[in-house]
Design a protein around this ligand. Structure first.
Ligand SMILES: *[C@@H]1O[C@H](CO)[C@@H](O)[C@H](O)[C@H]1NC(C)=O
Ligand SMILES: *[C@@H]1O[C@H](CO)[C@@H](O)[C@H](O)[C@H]1NC(C)=O
Length: 440
């Protein structure tokens, strides 16, 4: 584990100035205390055409009562060089927070036990997954962070004085400790017959008719995570050979130690495939069904819906609890042309647009999504009302068909603004003592 020195002049400092927070003097302290660390996942090996879908429990992560400020990741080789997406496609990585009983040693845990299916983490009785704030349920899309090919060009910074607060001992159940799990799904497309088809996990290219549990795959399922599980192989060009290589997910975490001036944000992940049902409990609660993946039919063969070759998928999602949007970003796959989240009255809460690479080098690979634009509304300016029904819209170009695409939307929401938060957390004079000591 290597530590990089705290950064004094990060982009966060600039953001604070732009956003014009009510009292930037109070946030200078947080800013100057941003810590940063770079970690490597365990090593995984990939040869041409092969797939790794790995789950790493108890990964290196900053410890203690902290507020996360950003998380960035990329695939690197043994020499630490970034690997371009046209060689190793990073389908996704996901970071999950969980509690583990203290008396269960890491080695006693059976790593072959399947707990995760695509973006669905299955139940494991010893472990308690610490979900984000929703709105998919149970173990679906409960991660804290997660992106795919767009990782290198997508901002994840949480502006001051906000932060994702973790590691609070008071919240961890007796006898448990907080841990972090990383899932990495990568596909080596060197020498394959159809790079885009392999990254879209087309079942015929993987010659797969059964899922990883040996269950037959539905006839009408053309592609997606059920066809590119760990150790499957995408079809290679006749006679292609290439060396196996060792790869890592290198991830950079920034954080600050917790203090009472940090305003916590909640993480929401909305899924355009989420279909809602009123649940049977007769309390009027909703049941979410988040499939995470969907198919885009080519406009030349698919049903015409009046949008030409713009495939539009929408869903309506009631938010039990609202708040102020601090950050927003969508996740789409190649072919995506943008995603927008609307309020109940039709106002735009956030629009996130992919950028495609134009070259060969890592971070600028032609035809791949190499970044998603993000929203950083001035805190207080974009509010979701308690009980408001949002509409999520995800657009893809359907000039060709796509399988296994996604339309997710990440939101960071603060239930209080800084001045409200301070009023709550500083009824005593210690607030002023603290401000003074910061200015000094
Ligand atoms: C595809 O799978 C079938 C049955 O598992 C096998 O007989 C066949 O050789 C495979 N084809 C290729 C190209 O790998
Ligand atoms: C998605 O498509 C709809 C319908 O054509 C359009 O109104 C909307 O602006 C598009 N959104 C984005 C982000 O491109």
């Amino acid at each position: 584990m290597r530590f990089v020195s705290p950064e004094l002049f990060s982009p966060l400092a600039i953001l604070v100035l732009i956003l014009g927070t009510p009292c930037s003097c109070a946030f200078g302290k947080t800013e100057n205390n941003v810590k940063s660390a770079v970690f490597l996942s365990p090593k995984f090996e990939l040869g041409p055409g092969s797939v790794a879908n790995k789950y790493y429990d108890d990964v290196d992560f900053p410890r203690g009562h902290i507020a996360l400020k950003s998380f960035n990741a990329e695939v690197v080789d043994e020499a630490g060089n970034p690997v371009p997406l046209h060689e190793t496609y990073l389908h996704h990585w996901v970071v999950v927070r969980y509690y583990q009983p203290k008396d269960v040693s890491h080695s006693s845990y059976d790593v072959t036990h399947e707990r995760y299916d695509g973006h669905r983490i299955l139940h494991d009785s010893d472990y308690i997954m610490v979900r984000n704030s929703g709105i998919c349920q149970r173990n679906f899309l409960g991660q804290y962070y997660g992106l795919g090919s767009e990782t290198r060009g997508t901002a994840t910074d949480v502006p001051d004085p906000f932060g994702i607060v973790v590691g609070n001992l008071a919240e961890i159940p007796e006898g448990y400790e907080e841990k972090w799990m990383i899932n990495v799904h990568a596909i080596d497309t060197r020498g394959v017959v159809d790079k885009m088809g392999c990254t879209e996990c087309k079942c015929d290219l993987y010659n797969v008719t059964e899922d990883k549990h040996g269950k037959p795959i539905r006839e009408d399922y053309k592609g997606g995570l059920y066809c590119c599980y760990d150790d499957t192989h995408c079809r290679l060009r006749e006679g292609f050979e290439g060396p196996k290589r060792s790869l890592y997910l290198r991830y950079t975490v920034k954080w600050v130690d917790w203090d009472k001036f940090i305003v916590p944000v909640k993480i929401y992940i909305l899924d355009v495939t989420d279909t809602l049902k009123i649940s049977d409990d007769s309390k009027g609660n909703f049941e979410h069904d988040c499939l995470t993946e969907y198919e885009v039919q080519s406009c030349s063969t698919g049903l015409k819906d009046g949008n030409g070759c713009n495939h539009v998928k929408r869903t309506n999602l009631p938010m039990q609890k609202g708040g102020y949007v601090i950050y927003g970003v969508a996740h789409q796959h190649s072919g995506g042309t943008g995603s927008t989240l609307y309020g109940q009255d039709g106002r735009v809460i956030c629009s996130s647009i992919p950028s495609y690479g134009k070259g060969k080098e890592a971070g600028n690979e032609a035809d791949y999504i190499v970044g998603m634009s993000t929203c950083y509304p001035r805190p207080g300016s974009v509010k979701i009302i308690d009980g408001e029904t949002l509409t999520l819209e995800s657009n893809y170009s359907s000039s060709r068909g796509h399988t296994g695409v996604m339309g997710l939307f990440y939101l960071l929401v603060a239930e209080q603004l800084p001045h409200q938060h301070f009023r709550h957390s500083s009824r005593s004079s210690s607030f002023f003592t603290n401000i003074n000591s910061i200015i000094d």
